[in-house]
Design a protein around this ligand. Sequence first.
Ligand code: ADP
Length: 477
Amino acid sequence: MKKILFVSSEVYPLIKTGGLADVCGSLPIALSELSQDIKLILPRYQALKITEEVRFLCTVRVDNRNVNILETRLPGTQVTVFLVDYPSYFNLPGNPYVDELGEPWSNNAERFGLFCKIAVEVAMDRAYLDWKPDIVHCNDWQTGLVPALLSLEHERPKTVFTIHNMAYQGLFPKVAVYDLNIPGPLWHIAGLEFYDMLSFIKGGLVYADYITTVSPSYALEIQTTEFGYGLEGLLAARKGTLGGIINGIDVEQWDPEIDPYIPQTYTAATLSNKQLNKADLQQHFALPVNEKIPLFSLIGRLVEQKGIDLLVECLPEMMTMNLQFVLLGNGDKAFEMQLQVLADLYPDKIAIKIGYSEAIAHVIEAGADIFLMPSKFEPCGLNQMYSQRYGTIPIVRKTGGLADTVTDTLPETLELGTASGVVFNEASAGALLEAIKRTLILYSIPSAWKKMQVNAMSKDFSWQRSAAEYLALYNNL
Ligand code: ADP
């Protein structure tokens, strides 16, 4: 059994701004189900949705500040969560990164610097909690100073640093080095310095014993200039201690057999029931109800990362084909407007909902035939996994987690029983259009289509599978 301290700036359901929270709320539970002794550490934000008892544990003094450590549990579980309580940094309205007006906290370096230092005190068992972890698992830039500071300690735990998105790096003006009392040995260009700035993420990338990303393909991509944001050289140098582990999904929340949001539940054995969900979805989006017309869909943030520009370019030509398209999402106002214009032009074929709705997301996954995910980059991605569980065939670009979780449909993969979607290479509207045409041909062959659906629905995307991979990694360290 390993003792693991899991360090993150957000953990679902206590606090969430994005996918990081989902991972950090699910993986520790899956590891504890594998009989590991795992405890989380998180800042005590004002917005935390605490449901279990909170207990004061101790006060730790770092940098002349008295910081309380409290203890609670992940809601509805036995998993311990240490809360770093420093009210003037964390007990404020707003989210972990921005204030009520949406402006980044001006003292983010100090806030997460202090959080990291307390995590180090806990990791070294200097907070008198009588528990010393074997592994400290850190996530994203907010925790990057932990592996760096631990690297200076004797008899320290092993460190793992997971990159959920390289686009965020925690870069601060050099003055933060003095404000945070960064030890001299860490401040150089092969350390925490990045073009005269203090880089939190480099703390993880340089000093962690092992680096992971949320898919094997993304682990390779970030070693290239296109995806490395200037850190590709460092990452390439660490390729021997850098790997990818695909995130799991919540297979209970996303299960067409028991999904309470959808009009008709179904399984791979009762796939014909999916038609009822399709009719409901067409009705819901005021499209002609017709089971024969292939129904395309997209859910997600309407931003360039997701390839929405490619979709907007394709839609006029798609309108010459016999198909329908529904979309749920929000994001860039320009994309929202372009999509709305197209929906107004083709009311019988395109229907869009600008907004965020968990319920409608389930209805779309259950009712659509095809799910589009033409992302420019995708560290892991979730919707392509949800889609496969619902027998909704994903069309994805071959990048990051999309490349790792969707198997292109070719004669060989159909034969092997692995074909589960349609994959295209180039990030261009032409390539997306080709993939759409190829999908329409497959859709017109019911026996092939059904095989793809059944293959997709039988894949294992559970956290148990991911957690087993993380545990193997911890054991190897
Ligand atoms: P990212 O984290 O880059 O936005 P992911 O695919 O990893 O992309 O995760 C996005 C999650 O948010 C998915 O669960 C997706 O269904 C959900 N989501 C995004 N936009 C919406 C929306 N408008 N309505 C409902 N769910 C949404």
